[in-house]
Design a binder for this molecule. Structure first.
Ligand code: GCU
Length: 432
């Protein structure tokens, strides 16, 4: 487990260092994202959709285009099984709920992967909505419980997130605010994405190869596989009687915010998405010239994507899709896009423009869309909500408060955000 801690520390250190080396300091937070959006080019290609039916008819081809040009295959139908389950703490969070651990297996045979899911369920009758997170951090830190298993299979040795990470990246960079979730009546589940598929150039490829669904293609990038991890968790929790299956949210920060978007675009069981500071390959536009850029992300993290992403030699302008279309695939479900003014690397400006360009698809569904007046406004009741705070990359109390406001607005009072409950007669399940 000490090894685990060290690995985790070195991951963050490497991340910070790599960021410093490959970027200029301004992008890392010595600069502010522009709040001007009207003077920038509109996202391309324009979204064409005359009606819900028209849009529904286009969705399969659009998903296919994202698989071909950005993320690689979605391993549809890849087997998921629950291997074991144990009660870790019946009096978790000061007796406000229970903590369990479920081992989930994804795939079959030699290529199958296992990961541990921490699951915190509040006291009471339910059914409860659930937020499913995936993180950089082993579950020991996320749930701050020594009874869980570390990612190397040993018992947790430490549950305290080192001060330096909390100082730089915020109090909730690793630990989840489970008490606050419980107070709102949400269950929380989380897994360490690298335990499922390693976040490492050399080691990811053979693992991805092993995740081939019967008659289908194996993922070629970790984002697609990590996204499938969310779906695997939903499979593993389905039909549990504490769970309200119409109120399933996914949460991810940064690279995991990218994975959360991919998961929701592919899996219609996800009814709300919290994608925080997802940046390039997430909610930021691939054609944007500010922030990380496609050239940098594909050279530093080639294992996240399909090898085709940004490799045409013509740059991102040649891509047949851009990320506003990925957001549109999530409509009319609830989508939160978190940003910070100094997190220029993740490009808050193009993220806002992507949301603006996707918003008409929410409107088609009669679901409202982006209802705010510019990047600095905040409308948690809107189904497509853009959040911008001061400061840099990370997850702090202000982000958590905004996320809770958003989830309260969309999941409160047992009002599922299920598409079929929206005010439009023409919707069927396929539209969700
Ligand atoms: C790097 C990377 C980003 C990513 C981030 C993270 O900074 O360049 O694209 O979002 O790591 O996952 O923290």
């Amino acid at each position: 487990m000490t090894r685990q801690v060290l690995k985790w520390i070195s991951l963050f250190a490497a991340l910070a260092l790599a960021g410093l080396v490959v970027s200029n300091a301004a992008m890392l937070g010595l600069n502010y994202a522009s709040l001007e959006t009207a003077n920038k080019t509109a996202p391309k290609p324009a979204i064409e959709a005359a009606s819900v039916e028209d849009w529904s008819g286009r969705k399969a081809a659009l998903r296919q285009a994202f698989e071909e040009h950005v993320y690689g295959p979605w391993p549809d139908g890849l087997a998921v099984a629950r291997v074991s389950r144990r009660l870790v703490d019946a009096d978790y969070a000061g007796g406000r709920g229970r903590l369990e651990e479920i081992v989930i297996r994804v795939g079959r045979g030699d290529g199958a992967r296992r990961f541990h899911l921490g699951l915190a369920v509040p006291e009471g009758e339910g059914p409860f909505p659930v937020i499913i997170g995936q993180t950089f951090a082993p579950n020991c830190y996320v749930f701050a419980s020594p009874g869980l298993t570390a990612s190397d299979g040993d018992p947790c040795e430490s549950t305290q997130v080192p001060f330096i990470f909390r100082y730089i990246f915020g109090e909730y960079i690793a630990r989840a605010p489970v008490r606050s979730f419980f107070e709102r009546g949400f269950a929380y589940a989380s897994f360490h994405a690298s335990q499922f598929v390693p976040d490492a150039r050399g080691r990811a490829a053979p693992v991805l190869d092993g995740l081939r669904p019967e008659g289908g293609e194996a993922p070629r990038g970790t984002l697609s596989a990590w996204a499938y991890g969310y779906s695997a968790v939903i499979d593993a929790l389905a039909r549990e009687n504490w769970l309200d299956e119409k109120r399933i949210a996914v949460f991810g920060h940064s690279r995991h915010g990218k994975a959360a978007l991919v998961a929701a675009a592919q899996d219609k069981r996800i009814q709300a998405v919290i994608s925080h500071q997802s940046g390039f390959g997430g909610a930021a536009l691939s054609r944007s010239r500010t922030g990380e850029t496609v050239a940098r992300i594909t050279s530093n993290y080639p294992h996240w994507f399909d090898p085709a992403y940004g490799r045409s030699g013509l740059g991102p302008d040649a891509l047949p899709v851009d990320q506003h279309q990925l957001l549109a695939l999530i409509a009319p479900r609830a989508l939160f896009l978190g940003n910070a003014r100094r997190d220029v690397w993740s490009d808050p400006n193009s993220t806002y423009r992507a949301a603006e360009a996707a918003s008409p698809v929410w409107e088609l569904f009669g679901a409202g869309g982006l209802e705010q007046n510019g990047m600095a406004d905040w409308q948690p009741d809107a189904r497509l909500a853009y959040w911008l705070r001061s400061g840099g990359h990370g997850t702090d109390q202000r982000d958590i408060d905004a996320i809770l406001e958003f989830l309260d607005a969309h999941f409160a009072g047992r009002q599922a955000v299920a598409c079929r409950e929206l005010e439009t007669a023409s919707m069927d399940d396929e539209n969700c």
